[in-house]
Design a protein around this ligand. Structure first.
Ligand code: SF4
Length: 386
């Protein structure tokens, strides 16, 4: 099974809270960037199994025309094949969509859409610096469904400046009227170097206190399951296990994946890797590389060896994020050739003692999963494996 992440670091404008690797006003680089992506595929993909998940993330990959997405998918298909039932996700900004483009993506095989709604309130969207309105968000969901998308995820941010519990409930209520299949809910993080950080420091932006943010998270945890959405990861809810993100589960299961494009992360065997972050650097590194198979991308900026102990810690840290599955004892043994209970006896003991986790018998044996308290206080449990 192969998972491929393709980073598209182009945005119309930068949102006020964003610290992702993405750039505005550089769309003139797009054609050469796409050529570089295809060459990176030709260099690193051959020899891999056929793709089971492909994820176009950003940035704003919805700036790509269907023929551009198709060109990338065809290149990948020619190199390693893409399984007929592969999950192919594209992240989309509601401010960039038209019915024609949506129909085009669906036609060429994109079968999962992750829409960055963030809020259904225009006042929130303006504070965040989003390019879309609530009306555009509504229209884009409708247009996506009319174009044949039946696996749609909506992203929201909570803990926004001025946000109340009632506002947050309104967002969730409205989301549930949309007949969508997946929700990703993230609490606002004030990242260093963003305009939000500056405004908070200057006292121009007032954030809800930690208790209120925790109440918002708990509200979602209580409310969504009553409406059919099961939480399967700290920030992710799906309408049935079949709508859980297959691609993201590759990350949480600590499995290998290819990361293509500027700034993209990947996991290649014993190494975690990241490409150079700037678009011109990425393009020139790839353009200048000899046309021969490489294990690591010529655009590599960082390569970190992950020793076995660290890899086991990562399996615990990432696996605990999966609130439904947790970490399977059998999978851990198959992957690391040792017993989870032996390696982390003390750590697991403290997690159980503090009521943060529990053993649960699932179809393939025992799993360590977070309790409700453990989900609310996730960092306390994760700290055991840092
Ligand atoms: S659209 Fe997404 S990637 Fe682009 S600036 Fe906004 S938050 Fe960042």
């Amino acid at each position: 099974m192969t998972a491929v992440y393709i980073h598209f670091p182009f945005c119309v404008q930068r949102c006020q809270y964003c610290d992702f690797i993405t750039y505005a006003n550089v769309s003139h680089f797009i054609p050469t960037y796409l050529d570089a992506l295809k060459k990176e595929m030709r260099l690193v993909l051959p020899g891999a199994k056929s793709a089971d998940t492909v994820y176009f993330g950003g940035g704003t990959p919805s700036l790509l025309k269907p023929e551009q997405v198709s060109d990338l998918l065809q290149t990948m298909n020619g190199l390693i094949g893409i399984n007929s039932d592969a999950e192919i996700t594209l992240e989309a900004n509601p401010g960039t969509l038209t019915p024609e483009v949506l129909r085009g993506w669906r036609k060429i095989g994109v079968n999962r859409l992750s829409l960055g709604i963030q809020s259904f309130l225009d006042s929130d969207l303006q504070v965040l610096g989003r390019i879309h309105s609530a009306e555009q968000a509504n229209q884009s969901i409708k247009a996506a469904q009319e174009s044949g998308f039946s696996n749609i995820s909506l992203d929201f941010i909570f803990g926004l400046p001025g946000q109340t519990l009632q506002n947050w409930q309104q967002n969730l209520d409205e989301a549930l009227t949309k007949s969508i299949q997946h929700l990703s809910l993230y609490s606002l993080i004030i990242e260093p170097g963003t305009p939000f950080e500056r405004d908070v420091a200057a006292g121009q932006l007032e954030l809800p206190d930690d208790d209120l943010v925790a109440d918002m998270f708990e509200l979602a945890m209580d409310f969504l399951p009553k409406n059919g959405f099961q939480q399967y990861e700290i920030s992710s809810w799906a309408l049935g296990a079949e709508n859980e993100s297959r691609h993201n589960k590759v990350y949480w299961k600590n499995a290998d994946y290819f990361g293509l494009g500027a700034g993209a992360h990947g996991k290649v065997g014993d190494h975690r890797v990241q490409n150079v972050p700037t678009i011109p650097d990425y393009i020139s590194r790839i353009e200048q590389a000899p046309d021969e198979k490489a294990i690591f991308s010529p655009a590599l900026a960082e390569k970190t060896f992950v020793d076995e102990k660290t890899s086991m810690q990562e399996s615990m840290l990432l696996g605990l994020r999966m609130t439904r599955e947790g970490i399977s004892e059998n999978e851990f043994r198959n992957c690391h050739k040792v017993e989870m209970r032996e390696v982390f006896q003390a750590e697991i003991g403290r997690i159980l003692q503090a009521g943060l986790g529990q053993w649960q018998l699932q179809a393939d044996g025992e799993h360590l999963v977070l309790t409700h308290r453990g989900i609310m206080l996730g960092n306390q449990a994760f700290q055991e494996f840092v």
